[in-house]
Design a binder for this molecule. Structure first.
Ligand code: 3H9
Length: 644
């Protein structure tokens, strides 16, 4: 048993301590042990009240997700948390839950089974089960609406967001917030109570059909294809109709439907893959000192976005380009982007000024010698990048990381332009760099383990999901994207309409169809990627020859007459049919499933090759690249995931 539950008495209050490192997840038997102790101390005469508290950095962060997976796979027995929580709630003596860190999922459900909740002001609570393809399954869908009402419960459970102690206090989810001395405060609070207050015994929450309807519509729009949001809405809606015990039965039915369904398996896989992706086997090396200052060379679209990533993480950054005019344009664009954040309520004016003050534009490489990392973001041309790296090599301090933001070029060739190839690696940001979470860190032949470890750590500080990739054309993401898109275009050449191909893939869950993505990226740019991948020409070359390069020319596969809205264009269909006729390509009908199967198999096959060549560390890393960089539906687990 990897957990401990301890008890001791202070001022007539029994303190039950949970210790289940690292995040006090509820491994099998833990909740039962807490319930047993609560029942035992109910019999102990001198005890007036009970406090439940956790060791380590957090209150209970949920049920043990690995064990949930084992249950779903039939390798472990059913989950019995709900019954244990009911026993805790049944205590005749007041039970106070003392929360620090995060009370999430089964953790918040445990807290709500207590009669009162006290929290440190730094604590956070939430029901994030939906992110795992689940719904709260230990009373959360029935107790939460009784505490905070249907609308708020829907908000929390459908979004899966965590809220601060202050917000939870205002919503009625917790009762008291303290700044420090949580245990002493909880003991004094518990001693003062005298009475129990069972949430399960509270009257049914008022029905709120409008909130339910709005939640359904919102989930259908923002969480297209996902089953858990709809299930949690159903369970919460039931709390206003059914008595508590019946509500719990309904919750159990819906929870099990989700647990044994395919989406929770996929999302649990993603949860662990996201945590594993940052681990480099055998890279236990002395870390380089943390980066205190950064420098970015090239103030174009990518350079600006990258400079913003550093500023957003509080790291001062020099942004260099050849002319003052280029720098002025870059700083104006950066300000505009930040101001847009203010309009959307994401940033305050003060945040904007703080971040702008961290970006130092400069028409020279002055100050580059102070940077712990220098990121080159000039245009995609090997000779230009090599020239820049020779200059950087002359000014960079000995320990600095020299990173190139290339998406196609060979890192080793770029590294040859320096006297220190072991310090060179790729930092492949995705556009817009300040928004997209994915960052491919590319390992060159000579890149040292220290540099890789520091690069992965820096990725985390920049709030990116950093994935280690090998140095091959297109690295992981773009390398797989080329055959995926090729498969989509072949479907079009053989008779599917371009819009049907996009609809098949978006209907399956992709954020955007591969044909439309081409228009967004620029068909001429993608042709270079295709040539680099050694793929043969397609009908797309005809579109390029006709000046249809995508959104930037107002016409690509689609037409963009009315702003950015993509409109199907019959001219394109005619061009495709003419091409197919000339090339003698046999025409046939496609179902949406066939289109999806062809395109996703192409992704998977290239992913296999990448793994076989050691260009990705794990299949899960490839899944993460596609989920965070290419709009692959997380609830399908990623292109390499095939169920458990
Ligand atoms: C649930 O509760 C269902 C219920 O309704 C009941 C149903 C009947 N289980 O993220 P970190 C591991 S569903 C197992 O790097 P941080 C994690 O894998 C659950 N393991 O730390 C990692 O292991 P390793 C609802 C877990 O400080 C280590 O702990 N709860 C669990 O950045 C550290 O994790 C959630 O969805 C778990 N529940 O963030 C909360 N949680 O070191 C999920 C973590 O081997 N957890 N691990 O890689 C989190 O959001 C974050 O872990 C947390 C800490 C915010 C707590």
């Amino acid at each position: 048993m990897a957990f401990k539950v301890t008890t001791f008495c202070q001022d007539g209050v029994a303190i039950v301590g949970i210790d289940s490192p690292p995040v006090n997840a509820l491994a099998a038997g833990l909740a039962e042990m807490v319930a047993d102790i609560v029942e035992e101390v109910n019999e102990a005469e001198p005890v007036k009240a009970i406090v439940v508290v956790c060791a380590g950095k957090t209150f209970v962060a949920g049920a043990d997700i690995r064990e949930l997976g084992e249950t779903a796979a039939g390798r472990m027995g059913p989950i019995t948390l709900s019954a244990a929580f009911n026993r805790i709630e049944a205590s005749a003596k007041p039970v106070v839950m003392a929360i620090h860190g995060t009370a999430l999922g089964g953790g918040l459900e445990l807290a709500m089974a207590g009669h009162y909740r006290i929290a440190l002001s730094s604590a956070k609570v939430g029901q994030p089960e939906v992110n795992l393809g689940l719904i709260p399954g230990a009373g959360g869908t029935q107790r939460l609406p009784r505490l905070c009402g249907i609308a708020k419960a829907l908000d929390l459970c459908v979004s899966g967001r965590t809220i601060t102690a202050a917000e939870a206090l205002e919503a009625g989810i917790i009762d008291k917030v303290v700044e420090k001395d949580l245990v002493d405060e909880a003991v004094a609070y518990a001693a003062s109570l005298g009475q129990v207050r069972r949430t399960g015994a509270v009257a049914l929450p008022a029905a709120d059909p409008e909130a339910v309807e709005a939640a359904r519509k919102g989930a259908a729009r923002r969480m297209r294809g996902q089953t858990a949001p709809l299930a949690v809405i159903e369970a919460i809606e039931a709390s206003s109709r059914l008595e508590f015990a019946e509500g719990l039965d309904e919750e159990k039915r819906l929870f099990e439907q989700c647990l044994y369904g395919p989406q929770s398996k996929a999302l649990m896989h993603v949860f662990f893959a996201e945590r594993e992706v940052g681990k480099i086997p055998g890279a236990a090396v002395e870390a380089l000192p943390a980066v205190e200052k950064a420098a970015v060379l090239g103030a174009g679209t990518m350079g600006r976005g990258i400079a913003m990533c550093f500023a957003n993480a509080g790291i001062p950054v020099r942004l260099s380009d050849q002319t003052e005019a280029a720098l002025d344009a870059a700083m104006a664009a950066i300000r505009e982007t930040y101001e847009a954040g203010v309009k959307k309520g994401k940033l305050s004016e003060a945040d904007v000024e703080v971040r702008l003050a961290l970006i130092h534009p400069s028409a020279s490489l002055d100050g580059f010698d102070e940077a712990g990392i220098i990121v080159e973001a000039v245009f995609e041309d090997l000779e230009a990048k090599q020239r820049v790296f020779t200059q950087i090599d002359e000014v960079a301090r000995p320990g600095a990381i020299l990173a190139t933001n290339t998406s196609t070029l060979d890192i080793d060739e770029i590294a040859t332009a320096t006297s220190r190839p072991e310090r060179v690696c790729g930092f492949h940001f995705f556009s817009p760099a300040h928004i997209m979470r994915l960052l491919e860190i590319v390992r060159g032949r000579a890149t040292s383990p220290e540099v890789l470890t520091a690069a992965m750590e820096l990725g985390k500080r920049l709030r990116k999901t950093a994935v280690l990739a090998g140095n091959c054309p297109g690295f992981i993401g773009n390398r797989m994207f080329a055959p995926y898109r090729d498969a989509a275009i072949r479907c079009v050449e053989q008779g599917a309409s371009p819009w049907a191909v996009d609809e098949a893939l978006t209907g399956w869950g992709m954020a955007m169809g591969p044909i439309r993505v081409g228009d967004l990226s620029g068909l001429d740019i993608l042709r270079e990627v295709r040539i680099a991948a050694g793929l043969a020409g397609t009908v797309e070359d005809r579109l390029i020859a006709a000046g249809r390069l995508g959104e930037k020319t107002g016409r690509g596969w689609y037409s963009y007459a009315a702003g950015r809205k993509a409109e199907p264009d019959s001219e394109v269909e005619e061009a495709v049919r003419a091409y197919a006729g000339e090339m003698g390509i046999e025409q046939r009908a496609f179902t949406a499933d066939e289109i999806v199967e062809r395109c996703v198999s192409a992704l998977r096959m290239e992913g296999r090759k990448i793994l076989d060549e050691g260009m990705a560390l794990r299949a899960g890393d490839i899944d993460i690249v596609y989920i965070h960089g290419y709009g692959f539906p997380a609830w399908r687990g990623g292109p390499m995931f095939s169920g458990m």
